[in-house]
Design a protein around this ligand. Structure first.
Ligand code: SAH
Length: 223
């Protein structure tokens, strides 16, 4: 492949990414910082080569290992928008997967902590963070149902897999006024919930944001 070919691919990707951003706007993603982050992060880097050409379609795509779907750009942008609705510095993501959501969040907050239960997925995601020079993402091979106590508390915790119920451990790792964004439900029906800790208390306020579809949150980690 010549340098010219590579430049061509880069430009095509920029143009298609711009189209994706327009679509996100039409779908109600209004925060300019989020749109800019979506414009900046190359989704094709986070997909297997065979699918990279479909990276900027607004659809979920498999990310290897039992064809687990990588969430659509709309859900990635929606979660990011919920996180940055208020100033937030430290964010924990449960379910690193391809690493795309973490890379988008890394454009918007000071530090992103992300955990994944499947080791080879985590390894690949780490490589991508390195390739993109993302120095504010820390990733670990952990069961995210238990959060990541070592770095708690977090200003926001984002779960990118659907839980049957809200794990108490995650609530305990929220900073005062912190929020937990989590899809709750079974395989067929899930709602995205926003759970906010009331100041420094142990009381929480819950709102339902949208109907969503994520892969299930599975307890335990695996090599
Ligand atoms: N945020 C990812 C989405 C990946 S799909 C992305 O941008 O690509 C959800 C991911 O959650 C899967 O990779 C799955 O392995 C992971 N997962 C499921 N249960 C988990 C758990 N208990 N702890 C950590 N990760 C988990």
């Amino acid at each position: 492949m010549t340098v010219q070919d590579l430049a061509g691919i880069g430009m095509t990707s920029e143009r298609t990414r711009e189209r994706m951003v327009r679509q996100l706007e039409q779908l109600g993603i209004a925060d300019p910082r989020v749109l800019e982050a979506m414009r900046r992060v190359p989704r094709h880097i986070f997909l297997d080569e065979a699918l990279a050409h479909r990276a900027y379609e607004n659809t979920a795509l498999p990310i290897g290992h039992s064809a687990r779907p990588s969430p659509s750009p709309t859900s990635v942008a929606l979660l990011a928008q919920l996180v940055v609705a208020e100033p937030r510095r430290r964010v924990l993501e449960v379910g690193t997967g391809s690493g795309y959501q973490a890379a988008v969040l890394a454009q918007l907050v000071e530090r992103v902590y992300t955990v994944e239960r499947i080791k080879p997925l985590l390894r690949k995601a780490r490589e991508r963070f390195r390739r993109l020079g993302l120095r504010n993402v820390v990733a670990a091979h952990l069961d995210g149902v238990c959060g990541w106590p070592e770095y708690a508390p977090y200003d926001a915790i984002v779960v990118t897999a659907a839980a049957r119920q809200v794990p108490v451990e995650l609530l305990e790792q929220l900073a005062p006024d912190g929020v937990l964004v989590i899809p709750v439900g079974d395989a067929s029906r899930q709602e995205l919930r926003l759970v906010r800790r009331r100041g420094e208390t142990r009381r929480f306020a819950e709102t339902v944001v949208a109907a969503v579809r994520f892969v299930p949150l599975v307890e335990g980690s695996t090599s």
